[in-house]
Design a protein around this ligand. Structure first.
Ligand code: ADP
Ligand code: 5GP
Length: 188
């Protein structure tokens, strides 16, 4: 049987990365798809672990060669999911998680309607700003750009299969686990 594709999206700073790191630790049989991006690595990020960091030219070549399952521009940078990796892994019967923004999520849902989409919500827009600033990874300009994207993303999130509010981290992690467990039960 083929693996299942899960899409996890949510505003920048909502806690997707934090949640997924914990989730993947307790679900080592699920594979995280490492995206390509033209964004520069943050301190502590590693090529081939967090992202494949590529130039704009390399990214454009991948678009031209139809290598992406989906891609999008977000906050001045390009991000994309490599199609071959996702297809190969699903064909091995392994579940795959894409952590992508909402425009990419819509492209995947159109191509693969069976994909399960999960939107991570902030408890409030104010708390989102606190988290984004508290991470200390972006310039003020980058923070503003990311906050400007938030309302559009929250609107797009309404059409996702599941919505999880990341207020208390442990509760959100449990809800995420519940989604995967119930999707697995549906498959049996
Ligand atoms: P994203 O991947 O969605 O951009 P991160 O996982 O980097 O977001 O989280 C942004 C910041 O919010 C980080 O500093 C993280 O430690 C913090 N954070 C994540 N989840 C919570 C939570 N439930 N409560 C408080 N802070 C959180
Ligand atoms: P960041 O720069 O904070 O790592 O990511 C910015 C946004 O890009 C986040 O919403 C993240 O989920 C999204 N993103 C990461 N990889 C991909 C991808 O391959 N495709 C798309 N469309 N978005 C991505």
């Amino acid at each position: 049987m083929k693996g299942r594709l899960y899409i996890v999206a949510g505003c920048s700073g909502v806690g997707k990365g934090t949640l997924l790191k914990l989730f993947l630790k307790q679900n080592p049989n699920i594979i995280f798809s490492i995206s390509a991006t033209t964004r520069k690595p943050r301190e502590g990020e590693q090529d081939g672990v967090n992202y494949f960091y590529v130039s704009k030219e390399e990214f454009q070549n991948s678009i031209d060669n139809n290598e992406f399952l989906e891609w999008a521009e977000f906050s001045g940078n390009f991000y994309g999911t490599k199609k071959s990796f996702v297809e190969k892994t699903l064909n091995k019967g392994i579940d795959v998680i894409l952590e992508i923004e909402v425009k990419g999520a819509a492209q995947v849902k159109q191509k693969m309607p069976e994909a399960v989409s999960i939107f991570i919500m902030p408890p409030s827009v104010e708390e989102l700003e606190v988290r984004l600033r508290g991470r200390h990874t972006e310039s003020e300009e980058a923070i503003q750009k990311r906050l400007n994207e938030a309302n559009r993303e929250l609107e797009a999130g309404k059409s996702f299969d599941y919505k999880i509010v990341n207020d208390n981290l442990d509760d959100a992690l449990k809800r995420l686990q519940d989604v995967f467990d119930s999707e697995r039960r549906k498959q049996c």
